[in-house]
Design a binder for this molecule. Structure first.
Ligand SMILES: *[C@@H]1O[C@H](CO)[C@@H](O)[C@H](O)[C@H]1NC(C)=O
Ligand SMILES: *[C@@H]1O[C@H](CO)[C@@H](O)[C@H](O)[C@H]1NC(C)=O
Ligand SMILES: *[C@@H]1O[C@H](CO)[C@@H](O)[C@H](O)[C@H]1NC(C)=O
Ligand SMILES: *[C@@H]1O[C@H](CO)[C@@H](O)[C@H](O)[C@H]1NC(C)=O
Ligand SMILES: *[C@@H]1O[C@H](CO)[C@@H](O)[C@H](O)[C@H]1NC(C)=O
Ligand SMILES: *[C@@H]1O[C@H](CO)[C@@H](O)[C@H](O)[C@H]1NC(C)=O
Ligand SMILES: *[C@@H]1O[C@H](CO)[C@@H](O)[C@H](O)[C@H]1NC(C)=O
Ligand SMILES: *[C@@H]1O[C@H](CO)[C@@H](O)[C@H](O)[C@H]1NC(C)=O
Ligand SMILES: *[C@@H]1O[C@H](CO)[C@@H](O)[C@H](O)[C@H]1NC(C)=O
Length: 649
C-alpha cells in the first residue's frame, strides 16, 4: 500500500553528482559530528559535518541596549500585515521519488514532525510536487506495491525530466497523514500537454482529500519551460494564459472534479518572466473564479557550480554572511511586493510555493546551520509582513544540504533515525509566532535604527500587541554583543511579567545543538521527530514603573516574547500529540504505523495509537536486523533514475 517515505526523493541529486557512495559513507554511530575529515567528506550532503567560521563581530557592533515601542492598539500601527496563521511556513516535497511498499506503514518521525506543527498552529501545509509533476501519469497499480515510480523509458524531453507514474494509493496515503496530523496538501496538475489533460490528480485529490486539498498548481515554473525544452523557444506569458484557459475548460467539463476554483498560478521561477508579465495578460481578471491563490517560487542564489561544474563557483564561507542579516529576506521579497499588493487587491492569497537557501541543493555549512534557522525565520516573517500568505521550504533527498528533515538512508533505517535540519526550527517557531488564532498581524519594527543584525517584529492579535520577535545574527562567545531590548507599550502599561522562549545555539555555524525553549531534535540521524529535553520557558519581570520589559538576546539568538497569557496559550503546544517509537524494539528505531489502524482512524487519538512493527528477523544486514519492508524503499529506485539539470533545485 503506501508509505510516507515515498515523499522523500532520496536519490535524484545523488545521481547528478555520481555519488554512488551515498550509503557507505554514513557515519555509523547515531552521532555524526564534525571531525578532522570534514574537509574531505564524501558522504551524502544531508549529513555533511562541515562547520564554517562564524563571521566576526561587525565593526561597528550594534547598540546593545535599545528601546522598542509597541502600541497598545494596532490601530496606531502603520503597515501591519494581513492576518496570518501559524501554518504560514510549510514544506514542498518533490514528487519524483518512487518508493516501495509491501505493507501499509507511515513513517512515525514524519508524523511527529507534522504533529509538532499542528500542536502549535492547528494544522500544517505540505506540497507534493515539483518538476516531475508535469509528466506524472496515473496507473492502477505498480508492481511490488509501489505507489509512485519514475519511468525513464517514457521520458520524451531533452532535459531528462523523468516521467512519473503514481497510483491512487498515493492520495489515500496523504489522507492518512491528514487524519493523524491535520496536514493539508497542495498538489499539481500535469502541465506537459495542454491539449490532452490528465486530470486524475484533481479528480482523486478532490474526492479523497476534499477540503484537505488546499489547491492545485497549474504549471510549475512555466517561465523555464522554453529553457528546459518543454515548450518552443517563443513560449510567452500569453501562451501560458491560453493553456491555462484550456485547463479551466477541461475542468469545467470534468464532472469528477467538484472544486474547480482552487487553481494556483503562475508558480514562476526566477526565469525570464516577471510576475507582472503574467498579470499584464489579464490573467487574474479572466480566471478569477478559478484561482485559489497566486504564487511564485524562488531561491536567493544557487550552488549549481558544485553540482555541474558550470555556472558561477560560490564558496560557502564567502556566502555565509549573506544569510546572516536582515537584508537578505527583504532583497528576496522586494521584487514581489507589487505582486503581493496585486494579489491582495484581487482577493487572492499570494504564496511562495518553493524556496530554500540556494538551488542545486544549498550550501554545505550554511543550509543546515543555525544561521539558516535564523535566516529562514527572518525571511519567513518578512514574507508575512509583506502580505504573502504562506511559504514552503523545499525538501530534497540525501544529497541536498537544505532539508528541514531527512529520513535515514534506506538500508540504515533500522539503526539510524531521522535528521531534523536547522530550518525545521524556523517553521516550528513561526507556528508559535502566529499561533492558532488565524488573526496575527505582523510589523517589522525597524529596531535599533534598522540595524541589519538585530531585526525585530511585533505581532498584534485582536487589536492588541501579543508578541515581540527579536533576532541577534551575531556570534560572539565573549557575550559582549548580546543585547537588551527594552519593550515599552505606548498608550498602555507593560504586564508585570512576560514569558520568553529562545531559539539558541552557541554559534551561527552550529548544526547539532540547536534548541527551542530548551528542547532539541538533536544531531543528524538521531531524531524520532519529537523534541527532546525539558521545556525551558523564561519568565522575565517587567518594570511597570518605567513601563518597560527588558529582554536579553544572546549573540547569536532569537527570542519570542509573549506579552500576555492568552498570547502564550494560543501558541503553546498544550496537548502534545506524539507517535511514540519506544514501543518498538531497540533496533527498530524507525517505527511505523500500520495503515489498518489508520483505515478506521478519525484523527483524534494519536497519542494512544498502537504502533505496528514490521517483521523483524535476521538478514545479512550489518545490525542483524532485517530492514523492514516499510522502510526498505528508494534504494530500488536508483536503477531507474534519470537525472537532469531540470531536476536539481
Ligand atoms: C547500504 O547500501 C549501500 C549501497 O548498496 C552499501 O554500500 C552499504 O554498505 C549499505 N549499508 C549497510 C549498513 O548495509
Ligand atoms: C583531504 O585530502 C587531502 C588529499 O588527499 C589531504 O592532503 C588532506 O590532508 C585531507 N584533509 C583532511 C582534513 O583530512
Ligand atoms: C506528457 O506526459 C505524458 C506522461 O508522461 C506522456 O505520455 C506524453 O507523451 C507527454 N506529452 C507531451 C506532449 O509531452
Ligand atoms: C504592479 O503590477 C501591475 C500589474 O502587472 C502593473 O500594472 C503595475 O505597473 C505594477 N506596479 C509597479 C509599481 O511595479
Ligand atoms: C547582508 O545580506 C545581504 C543580502 O544577502 C548581502 O548582500 C550583504 O552583503 C550582507 N551584509 C553584510 C555586511 O554581510
Ligand atoms: C499588507 O496589507 C495590509 C492590509 O491591507 C496593508 O495595510 C499593508 O500596507 C500591506 N503591506 C504591504 C507591505 O503592502
Ligand atoms: C483557522 O483557519 C483554518 C483554515 O481556514 C480553520 O480551519 C481554523 O478553524 C481556523 N482557526 C480558528 C481558530 O478560527
Ligand atoms: C551539544 O551540547 C552538549 C551540552 O552542552 C555538549 O555536551 C555536546 O558536546 C554538544 N554537541 C555538539 C555536537 O556540539
Ligand atoms: C488510509 O488508507 C487506507 C488504505 O488506502 C484507506 O482505505 C483509508 O481510507 C485511509 N484512511 C483515511 C482516514 O483516509
Amino acid at each position: 500500500m503506501h508509505f510516507l517515505s515515498i515523499l522523500f526523493p532520496l536519490s535524484y541529486i545523488s545521481f547528478a553528482l555520481a555519488s554512488i557512495t551515498v550509503y557507505s559513507q554514513q557515519p555509523l554511530g547515531a552521532t555524526a559530528s564534525a571531525s578532522a575529515s570534514a574537509a574531505n567528506y564524501t558522504g551524502a550532503a544531508a549529513y555533511d559535518p562541515l562547520l564554517l567560521q562564524a563571521p566576526a563581530v561587525p565593526n561597528p557592533a550594534p547598540n546593545t541596549n535599545f528601546a522598542l515601542q509597541v502600541q497598545s492598539s494596532s490601530s496606531n500601527v502603520q503597515g501591519l500585515s494581513i492576518p496570518q496563521s501559524g501554518s504560514f511556513m510549510g514544506f514542498s516535497i518533490e514528487m519524483s521519488v518512487a518508493t516501495q511498499v509491501s505493507d501499509s506503514f507511515l513513517q512515525v518521525p514524519f508524523l511527529n514532525l507534522m504533529a509538532a506543527l499542528k500542536d502549535r498552529a492547528g494544522r500544517t501545509h505540505v506540497r507534493v510536487g515539483g518538476n516531475t509533476q508535469d509528466y506524472a501519469y496515473i496507473v492502477d497499480s505498480i508492481p511490488n506495491g509501489l505507489v509512485i515510480q519514475k519511468d525513464k523509458a517514457l521520458s520524451t524531453n531533452p532535459t531528462d525530466t523523468p516521467t512519473l507514474m503514481w497510483t491512487p494509493e498515493l492520495i489515500y496515503m496523504l489522507a492518512n497523514v491528514t487524519a493523524l496530523t491535520n496536514t493539508k496538501w497542495y498538489l499539481g496538475i500535469p502541465f506537459n500537454d495542454s491539449s490532452n489533460w490528465r486530470l486524475q490528480i484533481a479528480e482523486i485529490g478532490d474526492s479523497v482529500l476534499g477540503d484537505n486539498l488546499l489547491g492545485l498548481q497549474a504549471a510549475n515554473e512555466p517561465d523555464l519551460y522554453a529553457d528546459h525544452g518543454h515548450r518552443p523557444a517563443t513560449y510567452s506569458p500569453y501562451d501560458y494564459y491560453g493553456e491555462f484557459g484550456n485547463l479551466v475548460q477541461a475542468l469545467a467539463n470534468d464532472n469528477s472534479v467538484s472544486n474547480k476554483n482552487n487553481l494556483i498560478a503562475p508558480n514562476l521561477a526566477s526565469g525570464d518572466w516577471t510576475p507582472e508579465m503574467v498579470w499584464d495578460t489579464g490573467f487574474i481578471n479572466t480566471y478569477t473564479s478559478n484561482l485559489g491563490a497566486l504564487a511564485v517560487e524562488h531561491y536567493p542564489t544557487d550552488n549549481c557550480f558544485a553540482v555541474y561544474g558550470s555556472g558561477t563557483p560560490r564558496d560557502p564561507q564567502t556566502e555565509f554572511p549573506n544569510y546572516l542579516n536582515h537584508t537578505s529576506g527583504y532583497s528576496i521579497v522586494q521584487p514581489y511586493i507589487n505582486s503581493s499588493q496585486v494579489a491582495l487587491a484581487a482577493g487572492k492569497p499570494f504564496l511562495m510555493m518553493e524556496t530554500n537557501t540556494a538551488s542545486c541543493g544549498g550550501f554545505p555549512g550554511i543550509s543546515d546551520s543555525f544561521g539558516a534557522s535564523l535566516w529562514a525565520l527572518d525571511y519567513g516573517l518578512t514574507m508575512a509582513y509583506y502580505n504573502f500568505s504562506g511559504a514552503l521550504l523545499h525538501v530534497g533527498g540525501q544529497n541536498v544540504y537544505y532539508n528541514p528533515f531527512t529520513p535515514p538512508p534506506t538500508n540504515e533505517s533500522t539503526f539510524h533515525q531521522w535528521t531534523v535540519g536547522s530550518t525545521f526550527y524556523s517553521a516550528l517557531v513561526i507556528a508559535e509566532v502566529f499561533g492558532s488564532s488565524n488573526n496575527s498581524r505582523i510589523v517589522d519594527m525597524g529596531a535599533n535604527d534598522n540595524n541589519i543584525y538585530t531585526p525585530s517584529y511585533a505581532i498584534y492579535e485582536n487589536d492588541a500587541p501579543s508578541k515581540v520577535a527579536l533576532f541577534n545574527y551575531i556570534t560572539d562567545p565573549s557575550g559582549a554583543t548580546a543585547y537588551t531590548a527594552n519593550i515599552q507599550i505606548a498608550g498602555g502599561q507593560v504586564p508585570s511579567s512576560v514569558k520568553v522562549k529562545y531559539l539558541l545555539a552557541a554559534s551561527v555555524s552550529d548544526k547539532a545543538n540547536i534548541t527551542w525553549a530548551g528542547q532539541t531534535f538533536g544531531d543528524v540521524l538521531s531524531s524520532d521527530g519529537r523534541l527532546q529535553g525539558t521545556e525551558d520557558v523564561q519568565t522575565v519581570n517587567c518594570d511597570q514603573t518605567n513601563n518597560q520589559c527588558s529582554i536579553r538576546v544572546p549573540a547569536p539568538g532569537f527570542a519570542l516574547v509573549f506579552l500576555s497569557d492568552s498570547a502564550y496559550s494560543d501558541s503553546a503546544p498544550s496537548a502534545t500529540q506524539t507517535f511514540s517509537t519506544t514501543a518498538v524494539t531497540k533496533t527498530m528505531n524507525t517505527a511505523t504505523i500500520a495503515a489498518s489502524v489508520l483505515a478506521t482512524s478519525n484523527g483524534h487519538s494519536g497519542a494512544n495509537r498502537a504502533l505496528g512493527s514490521t517483521s523483524k528477523g535476521s538478514s545479512g544486514a550489518v545490525v542483524g536486523v532485517r530492514v523492514p519492508g516499510a522502510v526498505a524503499l528508494l534504494a530500488m529506485v536508483l536503477g531507474s533514475l534519470v537525472v537532469g539539470r531540470a531536476l536539481v533545485r
